[in-house]
Design a protein around this ligand. Structure first.
Ligand code: SAM
Length: 290
């Protein structure tokens, strides 16, 4: 797939001297540009184009502020008259060299596949870091997700990683696409602030061999209570298993410790995103204060 390999999305920002983007009004859902944008609902088209879609004016502004590259902004033509912020953002993206589409509600509904669509939808360039560039700091926490399958889980985990101030997420093996509309929606904008890396299991294990921090895996047969390790003393990688199968034996083997979150009732296990949240709040406990 097309991935930007710069260390930060800011590296990918167009030069301030870029030619201004084009402005078009589109009122028909069968317009070929709208058909192309709608095709981003399919993974194959996201992979071929290297693009993805994010809805909402706040999210678009946050992404621009964080240096993500926008290719196209679709706005509600009616909304432009009502919202100064929307028109300012439209002018900003055109100045950056991105295209602006002024659309009616029908077109926005078709693009977002939703009734009551947002007044702004951004088409952004995907950005994934090389594994070696993830910055753990001296005591940062990063989450590694083994073959995560559910876009809602992945989005929720990115949001939680962002909330606790963890340093990033490594997607290991064949995972769900973090740039699917469902995953992006579930991140509530955190897709733009959490550094994301991807690796095959073999590449991850090679990288892990040179990693100097603590690697903990959460496992249903882990022997160590997750509240026991001292997470604040060094960089920490927390490995979380696939929703059905848990961690592969090779990944479990690569951990310094296998941790278990105690359970009292009849549930076999916690949901992956919940277990990640529990782990992250413990691993980041000393860094989080009101
Ligand atoms: N049947 C799977 C198994 O046996 O591993 C259950 C997987 S669980 C739904 C998904 C992931 O969440 C697990 O691989 C683990 O990383 C984490 N997890 C869920 N509950 C946990 C618990 N009580 N202790 C440790 N990890 C847990």
């Amino acid at each position: 797939m097309t991935e930007r390999l710069s260390s930060s999305p800011a590296d990918a920002v167009r030069a301030p001297t870029a030619a201004p983007g084009r402005v078009k009004e589109i009122t028909s859902v069968s317009n070929p540009i709208i058909k192309d944008i709608r095709a981003l609902a399919q993974k194959r088209h996201r992979e071929e184009s290297g693009l993805f879609m994010a809805e909402g004016l706040k999210l678009v502004i946050d992404a621009l502020d964080a240096g993500w590259t926008i290719e196209t902004l679709i706005v509600s033509k009616a909304g432009l008259a009502d919202s100064e912020l929307l028109s300012k953002t439209a002018a900003r993206v055109v100045a950056l060299g991105a295209d602006l589409i002024e659309a009616n509600n029908k077109v926005l509904e078709a693009v977002t596949r939703k009734d009551n669509p947002q007044s702004a939808v951004g088409i952004f360039r995907q950005h994934v870091q090389p594994l070696g560039r993830l910055d753990f700091g001296k005591d940062g926490v990063v989450v590694g997700l083994d073959r995560v399958r559910d876009p809602g889980n992945l989005g929720t985990i990115l949001r939680t990683v962002d909330a606790v101030g963890a340093r990033g997420v490594i997607l290991i093996g064949d995972t769900v696409d973090p740039f699917s509309l469902e995953a992006v929606r579930a991140t509530m904008g955190s897709v733009f602030s959490v550094p994301l890396a991807r690796a095959s299991e073999a590449d991850f294990l090679k990288w892990r061999a040179g990693f100097k921090g603590l690697v903990v895996g959460t496992h249903m047969s882990g022997a160590v209570d997750y509240r026991t390790p001292d997470y604040a003393a060094q960089p920490v990688l927390v490995l979380m298993g696939n929703e059905q199968a848990g961690l592969t034996p090779a990944l479990a083997e690569s951990c310094d410790r296998l941790l278990r979150i105690p359970q009292a009732g009849r549930a076999d296990s916690l949901n992956l995103a919940i277990a990640t949240g529990v782990m992250l709040y413990e691993a980041r406990r000393k860094a989080l204060t009101l």
